[in-house]
Design a binder for this molecule. Structure first.
Ligand SMILES: Cc1cc2nc3c(=O)[nH]c(=O)nc-3n(C[C@H](O)[C@H](O)[C@H](O)COP(=O)(O)O)c2cc1C
Length: 205
């Protein structure tokens, strides 16, 4: 089973070495996020925000609170991928463009909002889980889009979440779920590492 998309997925690896002289334009960065936000989210919540750290000054602020990982200094951009705690009250707003486009009948909006309220409102852990899921899906789409464009990527959990929250002005409902560096690579990166055998991770029932 193969095609260009599968080849892109199978050939991705986490980059360590980036071309420190390379930059991405704001339009290229915007495009990556636009592609990322095509990922699915629960009830179409779209509960994410992406902070593009791409100037030397911003990189210098992020680096010391992210283990001084070289990718932050060297990659063209490092996104602070933020998930927002799931909040069902935003659903009418988030669905309004679908209603306006005639995709969803207006009377269906409460049919999404009410179960979402029941699912999340009294359950902080679920709100946070959804923030992490949402941000992860968005980041994954950006990782594979980057690969398809010949760019390297590195998801990173090696950072001080509290310090990032404070330094970069995240709001109280935002969780910095990962850093994601993206940019042109320089030689020396490893190929994708071998994986555990499928039979070790797959159960047929
Ligand atoms: C959630 C997550 C956090 C990670 N954090 C870091 C990190 O802080 N620094 C780093 O160099 N790599 C980090 N990685 C990259 C992993 O080490 C890498 O994906 C893994 O070793 C598999 O290698 P591959 O992606 O090249 O197949 C992270 C990956 C994920 C998914």
């Amino acid at each position: 089973m193969t095609n260009a998309v599968i080849e892109c997925i199978l050939s991705r690896s986490a980059a360590k070495y980036y071309d420190p002289t390379a930059a991405l334009s704001d339009d290229q960065i915007r495009d990556l996020v636009r592609i990322g936000t095509s990922a699915p989210t629960s009830f179409h919540l779209q509960n994410w925000r992406f902070i593009a750290v791409r100037t030397p000054e911003a990189k210098a602020r992020l680096s010391p609170i992210a283990w001084n990982q070289p990718a932050i200094t060297d990659a063209a951009v490092t996104f602070i991928v933020c998930g927002q705690l799931a909040d069902s009250s935003v659903i009418p707003d988030r669905l309004a463009p679908l209603v306006a486009a005639g995709v969803m009948p207006e009377k269906m909006v409460p049919e999404w909002e009410i179960p979402a309220r029941d699912l999340y409102m009294a359950y902080p852990q679920r709100q946070r889980d959804e923030a992490v899921r949402t941000g992860t899906f968005g980041a994954a789409a950006m990782i594979y889009a980057a690969r398809s464009l010949g760019l390297g990527s590195t998801p990173m959990i090696g950072f001080d979440a509290e310090a990032v929250h404070q330094q970069f002005g995240l709001s109280s409902d935002e969780v910095p779920i990962m850093l994601l560096s993206i940019g042109p690579e320089r030689p020396g990166n490893w190929a994708q590492k071998p994986r555990r055998p499928v039979d070790d991770v797959l159960d047929f029932i």
